[in-house]
Design a protein around this ligand. Sequence first.
Ligand code: C2E
Ligand code: CA
Ligand code: CA
Length: 535
Amino acid sequence: MPPYTLLVLGLTVNLFTGFIYTVDGGYRHAGCFWMLYATAGYYVMLGLYYLFRYRKLIGTRKVIALSSIVPMMAAAIIVHALHPQFAVEMIATSLSLLLVSMTIQRPEEMIDTITGLNKFSAYTDDLKRSIANEKSFTILMLNIDGFATYQSTINYDASEKLLKDIAARIERLDSNMQARSQMYYLDGGRFRMVFSGATRDMASPLAYCLLNELKTMLSVDTLAHTLTPCICVTRCPEDAKDFETLNSLGSDFHNKAGDKNGVIHASELFKQDRFDMLNNIDAIIDRALKNRSFKVYYQPIYSVEHGRFSTAEALLRLIDDEYGFVPPDMFIPAAEKSGAIHKIGDFVLDEVCRFIASEEFRELCVDYIEINLSVAQCMHSDLADKVLQTLKKYDLTPDKINLEITETAASYGHNSMQVNLEKLSSAGVSFSLDDYGTGYSNMKRMIQLPLKIVKLDKSFVDEQSNPKMWIVLQNTVKMLKDMNMEIVVEGIETQNMADQFAALNCDFIQGYFYSKPIPQSDYVEFVRSAHSIEN
Ligand code: C2E
Ligand code: CA
Ligand code: CA
């Protein structure tokens, strides 16, 4: 029997109350009062243990507030024991509870003022705690597609009213079905209901009821605006084991679902390889590093001036035994987050340099190979030394490689990145600015960095049939040329596009029109045969 139950029994059965305290002539402790202390002591120890164990989850402020109760109560108990006439324990208890409610349960931090539902911060806290405690629960995620546009184009009061109405429907359905779920409003038209225990199975039927109600309501209330409710039912831990997966699923399941206007089950969505892969990406990367299953592919780049494939870009490929081809735009960001990018980057650098030093490469008469650097690599203090050491290891001159940095990295303006770039640049290594035309172009940073080449992004090129874009392209090329930069245009898929960009004065052309990225041996064959045809 837990001590708490014993205590409650002891206090409620009047017969024994006299052993614990008396109230004749004032409140006094009786002989068995130590039982209360013993029970409290047990819970204090247990509480401190959990506070310590989940300290990261709870947060420093809350840990301090909660643990400060212990010395406060201990002091009160000592004072009370020495001076029984001062009943300070009760006051200390009240003060502690007040402190807790002021620091921990601040309503403005937890409750959304418009909908009256719990906020995103409460959602994050609750889910992380449930996951850490290995609890099972089911989440009904409701995203109103198009809400952000609606909110910014319609007057604020109308969108506020709509949110209130949706929240009211959710609460009414929950109470009609006695589901007792925890309800949250995150932001941007995203609602969540969390079902635990016996009510988990209610999530799915409730999802269909809610969807039907919302479809009618949204078509009447928002008239010309298309707002589409989309619901995803996710079971934890069966479908998603960690908060990151839940979060990434929650932000875009409505884009991934085949039927946007319906109820989907995360298990169905996870069957699609991409989600499953994303869920396991860290393990896939570890496995690839261990089994050496990363491969460097090469995409030939055509020089307009020389009429030959004078350079190439090294692009990493990962073929996993279980999942097959894993795209770099999935594993590179994950590796950046986990830190695995440094090992991956070292591998690419070493592989490329080894290839450049080989006899077969020398015979190709290719000028240099472009190597991609991620943001994390650019900012690492030992990047410059590592690159220079690898060049030395293979006895290569620095003009044999060109390092590609992205526009995003360039706009960070991090000091260690500037130091790296300057060190490498003064050693003779050249740089390209990759993906130019995406994100925001920080011209000032671009001018400050030692760049030799700018790579016009594919998205720039895709729009070239738009007359305004053509003007932008013409002027961009002119501006970059005036700055003495060389230009590579990426994503060229047709002869027509290749001709147009060559006529625009771009120096290099890269794209599927010439070749996709291919394995080293195929690349060697490709360049050999292309150049022999030429000669
Ligand atoms: P990126 O550096 O912009 O690389 C160009 C991407 O465009 C490559 O995608 C390439 O296959 C693709 N591409 C080239 N020509 C065409 C075309 O004509 N049409 C179309 N549709 N696509 C074309 P990939 O190989 O999937 O790589 C994606 C991104 O992953 C790269 O974008 C780069 O940012 C990153 N990445 C790849 N390898 C590495 C690496 O070794 N290190 C780092 N840090 N990032 C890498
Ligand atoms: Ca690139
Ligand atoms: Ca690019």
